[in-house]
Ligand binder design. Structure first.
Ligand code: AHZ
Length: 314
């Protein structure tokens, strides 16, 4: 018998049901446990439901007021969440993602051909989160886009000050007019479960949720079913003829060199309380599309976290 691995043994409450997960070789075969004796500890179905719903609604309650809301858990939103979660453990951060799965275009389209390209100096961020890469002169290559997103997500979700609300769409922004300056500021978000949000025109009105927060970071990607969400709302709030009006759909043709610098440098507080970064910014600024190169998404997230920290403390 040769022990192969160090997966620890676990013991069920009933001592007679001890299962040893140490890999063993016996008679030329590998075995991890005596599966005949194997049985899980018993549970009541309602207990599982209660454990999930109690936590979910407690989180909704706790995060109804928070310090920062991040809209969109694509590569840019997750990078911002990581940077802010790590450097500002004092801030309570809600991360809203319309999709069931996080990752946005990085998981879905970027993962079609697996490899992910990031131009230097974005490899510094990869080193920070511990994602290995192959070196080329001006860029690095990660074996799988999903390796980047899953590593980033696993780190983000471990921060005690961050809660991900997935399958939840931000439907609107909460706005206030500053009585002294008359300036509009963003003061929170209106949310709903995505499946509800998608059915507003087939069902009678279903109550949305709200989250109040002084700082909102928006990374909803470029125009699409849900994409460019805050840019679209902002356009409604700044109708033609008012200062800073812009037209949506301004994103220009693909130019990797111009696009990546423009997105990182342009990541900023667009109106008080609202910071826009990632590809959503291309809709506001009319900058170029960049295609499947992800350095700017990662560093736009870092810049947005810096802005958010300063806006929060101002
Ligand atoms: O589901 C969306 C996705 O995960 C989510 N999202 C969009 N609208 C939302 C809403 N409420 C909550 N109203 C919402 N979540 O936002 C995420 C956006 O991720 P993304 O990957 O589309 O955007 P990104 O800016 O993080 O990365 C863009 C990646 C691209 S696109 C592109 C090109 O077309 O040239 N190049 C790159 C690098």
């Amino acid at each position: 018998e040769t022990p192969l691995a160090s997966i620890p043994a676990f013991t069920l409450k009933d001592q007679s049901k001890q299962v040893n997960l140490d890999a063993q070789y016996k008679d030329g075969k590998i075995s991890f446990a005596d599966w005949e004796k194997f049985s899980f500890a018993p549970i009541r179905e309602s207990t599982v439901s209660r454990e999930m719903t109690r936590r979910y609604f407690k989180d909704l309650d706790e995060y109804a007021d928070c310090d920062v809301v991040i809209i969109g858990a694509g590569s840019a939103g997750l990078s911002a969440a990581y940077t802010l979660g790590k450097t500002r453990p004092d801030l309570k951060i809600a991360l809203m993602e319309a999709n069931v799965a996080a990752g946005g275009g990085c998981h879905v389209s970027g993962a079609l051909m697996s490899a992910l390209v990031a131009r230097r100096p974005a490899e510094k961020f990869l080193e920070e989160i511990g994602v290995p890469y192959e070196e080329e002169e001006n860029y690095v290559v990660v074996k799988h886009a999903s390796l980047l997103i899953s590593t980033l997500l696993s780190k983000v979700l471990q921060f005690p000050n961050i809660k991900l609300f997935n399958a939840t769409a931000v439907e609107d922004l909460i706005t206030r007019t500053d009585p002294s300056t008359g300036e509009l500021r963003v003061a929170g978000v209106v949310t709903n479960w995505t499946l509800v949000a998608l059915n507003h025109d087939t069902q009678s009105c279903m109550d949305p949720n709200t989250i109040n927060a002084p700082v909102i970071l928006s990374f909803t990607g470029h125009d699409g079913p849900f994409g460019a969400f805050s840019a679209k709302r902002l356009q409604d709030l700044k109708p033609k003829g008012t200062p800073n009006h812009f037209e949506l759909g301004e994103m220009r043709g693909l130019d990797m060199n111009r696009a990546e610098d423009a997105i990182v440098k342009g990541t900023r507080e667009i109106i008080p309380g609202l910071i826009i970064g990632g590809m959503e910014l291309a809709e506001v600024d009319g900058s170029n599309r960049m295609g499947p190169t992800f350095g700017a998404m990662l560093l736009s997230g870092v810049k947005a976290a810096e802005e958010a920290s300063n806006v929060h403390d101002a």
